[in-house]
Design a protein around this ligand. Structure first.
Ligand code: MG
Ligand code: MG
Length: 258
């Protein structure tokens, strides 16, 4: 299903996006050496509840997971990259953390993910990986607009990731959002320009480039949710929800002080 937002609903989409961005930035600033992933989950829960929003994750039970998810945020650390199930783990200096959050506010979903390094050390490989996903995300957003096609976004994202030297996994990528979290069209992180669904104003899309340092193969944790790199290498993930407008794309989940 593909939903097209009524222009009068765009303010609600902006509110949902701003909330997700605010929560992610607050969680990032509170994440330090010694912070437990379960604390991050609790903080996310309280901020979601306080805002009157609904978690898209707590009751989420897709065919691939051992659902329902039962938590409010995905916390993926180091070799974990997607769907990281919060668990009893205290962050260490140099850990590469990805936080992925989707909530529904006013009937509209916003979905965003950030990756960052905990503490004072800055492992070069981790810095490079985070940078590549952020650059790929910007390239994908720049390629989005009315009349562009999904393949244009995929190609833009994939070009940046490939040039940075990463192999691209095509099992999980971006997606449409709207009244629910995962809608069509699927947006692969690699593709051919000029192909696929043609974008039009009112379409909300979550673009989410992610990479693993030396592999494109995933393995699933024993928790049934957390997806890790098959080689144990580090990983990174960046995601924004955007709205296709009359003349381009508006980022709905941009942090206030980006
Ligand atoms: Mg997400
Ligand atoms: Mg998403």
């Amino acid at each position: 299903m593909i939903e097209i937002l009524n222009p009068t609903d765009l303010p609600r989409a902006r509110q949902a996006g701003a909330l997700v961005a605010d929560i992610l930035q607050a969680l990032k600033s509170r994440s330090a050496v010694g912070t437990n992933l379960l604390d991050i989950d609790k903080w996310a829960e309280s901020m979601i509840v306080e805002a009157g929003a609904l978690s898209c994750y707590v009751d989420y039970a897709p065919s691939f997971g051992r659902g329902p998810f039962g938590h409010y945020i995905c916390t993926s650390v180091n070799d974990a990259v997607l769907h990281g199930l919060p668990h009893d783990y205290a962050l260490a200096d140099g850990d590469l953390v990805s936080l992925d959050l989707a909530v529904s506010l006013g009937g509209v979903v916003a979905d965003s993910a950030i990756s960052f390094i905990v503490g004072d050390s800055e492992p070069p490989e981790s810095v490079a990986m985070i940078s590549a996903t952020e650059r790929a995300l910007r390239a994908g957003i720049a390629a989005a607009g009315p009349g562009a096609r999904v393949g244009d976004i995929s190609h833009a994202i994939g070009s940046v990731l490939s040039e940075a030297g990463y192999a691209i996994n095509t099992e999980f990528g971006g997606h449409g959002v709207g009244s629910t979290m995962h809608q069509d069209p699927h947006i692969s992180n690699t593709g051919r320009p000029g192909r696929g669904y043609k974008l039009r104003p009112g379409l909300l899309l979550a673009l989410e480039p992610w990479v693993m340092a030396d592999t494109a193969e995933l393995v699933t944790d024993e928790d049934g949710w957390t997806l890790r790199s098959a080689t144990g290498c580090r990983t990174a993930h960046s995601e924004h929800t955007i709205a296709i407008t009359g003349d381009g794309a508006e980022i709905l989940t941009l942090p206030k002080q980006a």
